[in-house]
Write a protein that binds this ligand. Sequence first.
Ligand code: COA
Length: 184
Amino acid sequence: MRLRNVAAGDVEAYVRMRCDEAMMAELGGPLPREQVEERLRKDLRLVAEDGAWIKAIVPDGAEDGAAAGVVTLWQDEEDGATVSEIGWMVLPAFQGRGLAKAAVRRVLDAAAADGRWGEVHASPGTTNGPSNGICRALGFRLLGERDVDFGDRVLRTNHWVVTPGEHRRAPDGLGSDGLGSDTD
Ligand SMILES: CC(C)(COP(=O)(O)OP(=O)(O)OC[C@H]1O[C@@H](n2cnc3c(N)ncnc32)[C@H](O)[C@@H]1OP(=O)(O)O)[C@@H](O)C(=O)NCCC(=O)NCCS
């Protein structure tokens, strides 16, 4: 698996991820198809400004570099404070292979090296087995439950937090090679 910045050619992957009811069930619901290009443009601007890391997950053997999922690390204002947050998604055909866990771990490895993100928060739905499994496996601490607004929906979430560097890093030599700077 490797990570690369999202790119203008990721429209189809965005459609499959962001316009799908099941994929978006816990992320505010599906995005209307006609809003996808604007959403991708917004993400590309954020990446260009280095305001967020939005990384496409490319499985081993993917000839065309097509995205199987995405991991996003960004910052938000919450009660007047800047908070770092991380989220992830993997297309159904690629789920259950450890891709999301490996990708989140690699982003946290890079965030530890980068040093600017501070504590990183994650808010998976309380019933999201795989996402809560990822948080638990990577050493996030569970602070409790809370309601989070996603679009016009309110989701009951688990509030997890981790300090990059204190997370469970990849075993030596595995996945510790940063974020695929060859393609960034
Ligand atoms: C959540 C999601 C990203 C998981 O992707 P994935 O690549 O299939 O995840 P992984 O294969 O890395 O598995 C993650 C862990 O969850 C575990 N897991 C899988 N299903 C599980 C379940 N129902 N209950 C508990 N743990 C589960 C896996 O065993 C794995 O842990 P392990 O490696 O220690 O065994 C994917 O299902 C998805 O995109 N869902 C829709 C969008 C979404 O919900 N995003 C997250 C919002 S916070």
